[in-house]
Design a binder for this molecule. Structure first.
Ligand code: 5GP
Length: 216
């Protein structure tokens, strides 16, 4: 029987996947569906000074912390990135990112453009940046309204901010237009599949090719 040497190729560096978009462009739904469909991807849980919204769970949606605790986390260097967004601060804990990379697991980040820039500076090659655009501003507003969670005032504010967030689209590796959730999810999955196969991420490849050539 042929000797299968491919076990070594299963080793790979984990991928850091950033999904950014203006709120209402469908990012949360796509993140949730990707996590459900792909056991190798875990979600990065950020720390925030924002109070929890109804239904949000501590340590699942966010680590909800006080201003003082957030200051301490900055001072002790526990964030890989942090930024002010709206009236609050948000930060990505460093330790889980390092652990996942080492274990060859992928991490998904729902962070804004400021955090993406910092993460890119810190992690470089390991990062895959995806930006999701709405098909039109009218559709974005319709989706924000449809959620039914925000007042008219908040919707107007989010629409105002959306243009600012969209202006950073060119800082991303991939830009998707979310016309349908299903199509957009398939596109994200295609990106993840291709990125995993990049030569530099397949750390077992050198050994595999060496054994492959030596096996005859
Ligand atoms: P929300 O308060 O609606 O959950 O999030 C507001 C914004 O903060 C979103 O655009 C989200 O992507 C961003 N955000 C969430 N966590 C982080 C983080 O750890 N770092 C940065 N830079 N942005 C974050």
């Amino acid at each position: 029987m042929d000797r299968d040497l491919s076990a070594t190729t299963r080793q790979r560096r984990g991928l850091l996947i950033v999904l950014s978009s203006p709120s209402g462009a469908g990012k949360s739904t796509i993140s949730r569906m990707l996590l459900e469909a792909d056991a190798e991807v875990t979600m990065s849980v950020s720390a925030t000074t924002r109070p929890a919204r109804p239904g949000e769970r501590e340590d699942v949606d966010y680590h909800f912390v006080s201003d003082g605790e957030f200051d301490r986390l900055i001072e002790t260097g526990e964030f890989v990135e942090w930024a002010p967004v709206f009236d609050y601060r948000y930060g990505t804990p460093k330790a889980p990112v390092k652990a996942a990379l080492k274990a060859g697991r992928d991490i998904l980040f729902d962070i804004d453009w400021q955090g993406t820039q910092q993460l890119h500076a810190a992690m470089g090659e390991d990062l895959v940046r995806i930006f999701i655009l709405p098909p039109s501003m009218e559709e974005l507003e319709r989706r924000l309204r449809f959620r039914g969670t925000d007042s008219e005032e908040v919707i107007a504010f989010r629409m105002q901010r959306a243009a600012g967030e969209i202006s950073h689209w060119a800082e991303y590796d991939y830009v998707l237009i979310n016309r349908s959730t299903e199509d957009c999810l398939l596109q994200v999955q295609a990106i993840v599949a291709a990125e995993r196969l990049k030569r530099q991420r397949q750390v077992g490849l050198v050994a595999f090719v060496r054994d492959l050539v030596a096996s005859r």
